[in-house]
Design a protein around this ligand. Structure first.
Ligand code: GLN
Length: 208
């Protein structure tokens, strides 16, 4: 596929995608369209030198177990303390939370949010919804929710980027970290990936 016209904006970036479980291939494909060679991360040393990390969707209990097994929990959590750019989608958002409503998985406490897993009843396990995104142009973003979590507590320092029509937040940013309940990597709309690459390009503390 032809690279996106914005490709030349990000050639300097090295972005990792956690590749132990879930839909990491789709994120890497979109990064490629934006001119960024995404690095598959399965081992702690593969985090070295990254400008940003994406934690994909999948199944958070499995993701959590595999992260423990490969020694990834602590070094990934450390990226938040170092103010690196990190983005969690769906199960990735659950892993980045400070607390969740269940005992398992134990989240990494990277962002000041509380999250409820599988927040939508069975009939709407999966659904699609056009959302207005703060910080984006006016065109709505077509968001795909798959057994999605929802954010039930948002810390004071966070910016809510998107809410469902009922007001519940489903996309938030805390300085250079971001979490989305839904899956931008399953659409052809590259705005979230571009937004994340802009965060990864920006010096820490400059994005409020
Ligand atoms: N329901 C999954 C979980 O709780 C998340 C689903 C997803 O990532 N699409 O981990």
């Amino acid at each position: 596929m032809k690279p996106d016209s914005a490709a030349d904006r990000y050639p300097h970036l090295t972005v990792g995608v956690l590749a132990v479980q879930g839909d990491f291939i789709e994120h890497i494909a979109i990064l490629g369209r934006l001119g960024v060679a995404g690095r598959e991360v399965r081992l702690p040393e593969q985090l070295d030198g990254l400008d940003g990390l994406i934690i994909p969707g999948g199944e958070s209990t499995t993701l959590s177990r595999l992260m423990s097994l490969y020694g990834l929990r602590e070094p990934v959590a450390q990226m938040a303390r170092e103010n690196k750019a990190v983005w969690g989608t769906c199960a990735g958002m659950i892993m980045m939370a400070h607390e969740i409503t269940e005992e398992d998985p134990v989240p990494l406490q990277m962002m000041d949010i509380g999250v409820q897993r599988n927040a939508f009843g069975r009939q709407v396990d999966s659904f699609e919804q056009d959302l207005d995104i703060a910080d984006f142009d006016s065109a709505p973003f077509h968001a795909i929710f798959i057994r999605a979590p929802v954010i039930i507590r948002v810390g004071d320092d966070l910016k809510v980027l998107a809410r469902l029509p009922d007001g519940r937040p489903v996309a938030v940013r805390q300085d250079r970290m971001m979490a989305t309940s839904f899956h931008p990597e399953l659409t052809n709309d590259l705005r979230f990936h571009r937004y994340f690459l802009d965060l990864a390009s920006a010096p820490p503390g400059t994005r409020q």
